[in-house]
Design a protein around this ligand. Structure first.
Ligand SMILES: [Zn+2]
Length: 92
């Protein structure tokens, strides 16, 4: 695996850990760093990363804590505390 991809994966783990400790600002910092690395290296972010981060405020989303998850019309709708919605097709 490429070094950049490894770093992104590691940052995702750190963001998840920080978010579950309630350290939202730290989680955001890791999310932003990972996005920047992806951009600079022209990598696409892992699907899990895209689903569990907010495009608007870069929060690492924890359903039930700082995000709500609904299933509607065959889509999963994730709403961040900042008010941003993300829709994904319902699968796996
Ligand atoms: Zn948000």
């Amino acid at each position: 695996m490429e070094i950049a991809a490894e770093r992104i994966e590691r940052l995702q783990d750190l963001a998840r850990a920080a978010a579950s400790n309630g350290e939202d600002d730290r989680a955001r910092y890791y999310v932003r760093l990972a996005r920047r690395i992806a951009e600079r290296n022209r990598l696409s972010l892992p699907r899990e990363f895209r689903r569990f981060t907010c495009d608007r405020c870069d929060a690492y989303l924890r359903p039930g804590t700082n995000a709500r998850v609904r299933v509607r019309d065959g889509h999963v709708v994730i709403t961040c505390d900042c008010g941003a919605h993300a829709r994904y097709p319902y699968e796996d």
